[in-house]
Design a protein around this ligand. Structure first.
Ligand code: NAD
Length: 265
């Protein structure tokens, strides 16, 4: 399978280039990043096997090299144009870029709607463990009246709480009816109880040097607690999910949201 990467010189894009190069079933045929055009791909991947490939300035290179799938880890204001290009040229797309609005998702669904020649998968989290954590939390939620989520991230994360923590709370709230009322009557330091998320589930955000991306779901009922935790220690944690999506996308018509259905969850 011939794979192109948008955002190839970025932190995630470079990791995707490396993962594709290391996979015997995949071939890296184009690396696109207009802000780093002309850069030798070896500088980005620090791997052999790139055969003098350079970072390309535009998506046009995908057609020239016959890319079958494009992976996009860029930014919210760039991804839509890349996807329009892919849909128009019959190139399947796997998207990890976050910050897409509901309107963007509708437009993407329209672009790739069958009988379009290309399919698209958008996932806000490609870490298989994080996807499973959300599913396990959703399964457990109806059996526990108390639930709180702690998400812990590196010190450069600008938003709080994380999208994954919010999505976890949303899915837990959707399947559970009874939740214990918060006993707090006096919050001596504002924010001590975190933020009230969907279904009244409290969300706590930790930002700390040395961390990458971590989430803990605490559930409690009479005489017992259950703790679910996932840790992403570096960006390689997202790669098995990305590669899975790249290999599955040709067989999934239209727009697929999330990795769940690819994992059979
Ligand atoms: P980054 O800033 O390191 O990389 C983004 C790259 O995209 C940059 O090199 C930039 O030059 C390039 N770019 C900008 N416009 C482009 C265009 N039109 N075409 C091609 N390339 C273009 O960011 P990052 O840390 O690699 O994160 C990228 C995205 O992935 C973010 O939205 C981030 O939130 C998301 N992300 C998703 C997951 C997931 O599992 N889905 C995991 C981590 C990060």
């Amino acid at each position: 399978m011939r794979v192109a990467v948008f955002g190839a010189a970025g932190r995630m894009g470079a990791e995707v280039c490396k993962a594709v190069l290391a996979d015997p079933d995949l071939e890296l045929v184009a690396a696109v990043d207009p802000y780093h055009a002309g850069l030798d791909l070896r500088h980005v991947t620090r791997m052999d096997g790139t055969d003098g490939m350079h970072i390309e300035a535009s998506a046009d290179s995908l057609v020239r090299v016959g890319a079958e799938v494009a992976v996009d880890f860029t930014q919210a204001d760039a991804v839509m144009e890349n996807l329009a290009f892919c849909a128009g040229r019959g190139v399947h797309a796997v998207v990890g870029t976050t910050g897409l609005s509901a309107g963007d998702m509708d437009r993407i669904a329209g672009m790739f709607e069958p009988p379009a020649k290309a399919n698209c998968l958008v996932a806000a989290n490609f870490a298989i463990g994080a996807v499973l954590l959300m599913r396990f939390a959703e399964m457990a939620a109806p059996y526990f009246e108390s639930a709180e989520i702690i998400e812990l991230h590196h010190d450069a994360k600008l938003d709080a709480p994380s999208g994954t923590a919010l999505a976890t709370a949303g899915r837990m709230a959707a399947v559970s009816k009874e939740r214990s009322p918060d006993p707090t009557r006096s919050e001596i330091l504002e924010g001590a109880r975190g933020a009230r998320g969907p279904g009244g589930i409290h969300l706590h955000s930790v930002r700390m040097k040395g961390l990458v991306a971590h989430e803990e779901v605490l559930l409690g009922t009479t005489g017992q607690t259950l703790t679910l935790r996932h840790d992403s220690f570096d960006r390689t944690s997202f790669m098995p999910g990305v590669l899975l999506a790249v290999k599955a996308i040709a067989g999934r018509a239209g727009l697929t949201v999330g990795l769940e259905s690819v994992l059979g969850l």
